[in-house]
Design a protein around this ligand. Structure first.
Ligand code: SF4
Length: 473
């Protein structure tokens, strides 16, 4: 079905149904709240004396608006799971209340997918909403990796659009497939030669195949069902599709060389087939078995010569892989690798003909528009899906094949599916916000739009080069 239509060809505004889905694992709380009992007792007595017993409930819940002090015995047994770290209590009662970061929480994730990212995703998948930090941002405004890239939201040179509140529609539809640079027609006006072959998905994100350490029927079903619910795609190994009978139009089979015979068991042609590494025989077999399906090549970020070579062999859709920490095989960060791949096809004059997908190291809502500005058409979500499902990281999880994750034992199909729907809804809303702020009315136009991107190192170089004490990095 085309995005934006309801199956009868009538327009229907795209929408993801969100629902509050609480955690199933009690992760350590973000903050620890300690209250001096004598100080609290004195305060309560003083309040009771001034306001009387009829306001008992209000008095015993003070000073927290979030319910940390509202348990059966009030602040004598605080409930840190409700604490949002606003610090009102420590400001009002500095003598006997202390709030600090919980060191146990910091142990979640690993050095790249740190607990800060996990906190954000945790809120997004529980509520399906954009996390709002009313106290303002107090962190750094630059840094390594994605933090070294900023987006230009100047209102002076372009209109601010309004996507999320619906007064002006911003399209998040993206196309995957092949579009020839030119169309040719015969004397009767019929197209001849290469014609466009694309599929459109309503959001520039889809679900990548989860790592081998958590491969199971349940995880495949969760990603397949979530993809169907939000009308995007889920990449699933061919063996798992056949073993668990998972076929649906949103599933993209991932095929290794040597597995091609399994394709013959499909009842209908998939929209796209993903080849795990280049193999000429496999490519020919897929083209022959399902001539109408798109073929995507899943490879690490490669050299310009290799990419153009695959393109000459007839590959128009690429799915690039960095490791889970966003590093490609040559050690480059994914941001630079995407820019290089995009530029390769731009300089060869065929960028409009190819689709670039990518995964690895894209772990926050803001990374999606940044990856698209750098040149991707869409992003395949990997570790964010695992965090949404409250998986544990066993040590550092960078290597795609060797990383060990542990899924919660209470995981269910319904819970997992809704968490992934909430994740995509929250990230789409944030995409609308940033597109609106940049004055872009569709995500297709965001791809490779470097006019909206700024890089910290380049700006520093421009501003400080030649000044004593400045060292270019
Ligand atoms: S920091 Fe804020 S949310 Fe946390 S206990 Fe204190 S008042 Fe409540």
């Amino acid at each position: 079905m085309e995005p934006g239509t309801n199956g009868n060809g009538r327009y229907e505004r795209y929408h993801i149904d969100t629902k509050q889905v609480p955690d199933i694992v009690n992760w350590p709380t973000r903050f620890t709240v300690k209250v001096g009992k004598i100080g609290l007792a004195k305060e309560l007595l003083s309040e009771l004396f001034h306001h009387g017993l009829k306001n008992k409930e209000v008095i015993t819940s003070r000073p927290c608006l979030y319910g940390v002090f509202s348990g059966p015995v009030g602040g004598f047994a605080p409930r840190p799971e409700h604490c949002v770290g606003c610090l009102r209590c420590t400001t009002e009662y500095p003598d006997y209340v202390t709030v600090s970061h919980n060191p146990e929480r910091k142990k979640l994730g690993d050095s790249y997918f740190s607990s800060n990212f996990i906190d954000t995703i945790s809120y997004e998948v529980e509520h399906g909403m954009i996390p709002v930090k009313g106290a303002g941002y107090r962190g750094k405004f630059g840094g390594e990796g994605w933090d070294g890239m900023w987006t230009d939201m100047s209102e002076i040179v372009r209109p601010t659009r309004d996507g999320i509140h619906g007064r002006e529609f911003i399209s998040t539809v993206v196309d995957i497939g092949y579009r020839p640079n030119f169309l040719k027609f015969d004397p009767k006006g019929r197209p001849i030669g290469s014609t466009p072959r694309v599929i459109s998905i309503p959001i520039p994100m889809f679900f990548d195949a989860p790592p081998p350490s958590i491969a199971s029927e349940l995880i495949w079903k969760i990603t397949a069902q979530a993809a169907q619910a939000v009308k995007t795609l889920a990449v699933i190994p061919l063996g798992a599709i056949l073993e668990h009978n998972l076929e649906n139009e949103y599933i993209i089979p991932l095929i290794n060389p040597g597995e091609q015979d399994g394709l013959d068991l499909f009842s209908s042609a998939p929209l796209m087939v993903e080849m795990d590494g280049w193999d000429e025989r496999l490519h020919q077999h897929i083209s022959h078995t399902f001539p109408e399906s798109l073929i995507c090549l899943r490879i690490p970020f490669s050299t310009p010569q290799e990419l153009l070579g695959y393109n000459k062999e007839g590959i128009f859709v690429f799915h690039f892989l960095a490791d889970y920490h966003g590093r490609s095989t040559d050690g480059e960060f994914v941001l630079d690798s995407i820019r290089q791949a995009h530029t390769t096809f731009v300089e060869a004059g065929v960028r409009q003909e190819v689709t670039l997908l990518g995964s690895g190291g894209i772990i926050a809502a803001e990374h999606i528009p940044k990856a698209i500005l750098c040149g991707l058409d869409a992003v395949a979500l990997d570790t964010p899906v695992l965090v949404a499902l409250q998986s544990d990281f066993s040590g550092e999880c960078a290597d795609r094949g060797k990383s060990q994750f542990v899924l919660p034992t209470k995981l269910t199909l319904e819970w997992g599916t809704q968490r992934l729907m909430n994740l995509t809804a929250s990230w789409r809303d944030q995409l609308l916000e940033i597109s609106g702020a940049m004055g872009l009315r569709e995500i297709r136009r965001m791809r490779g739009e470097m006019g909206r991107a700024m890089f910290m190192l380049e700006l520093e170089q421009e501003a400080f080069a030649g000044i004593e004490g400045y060292e270019a990095k």
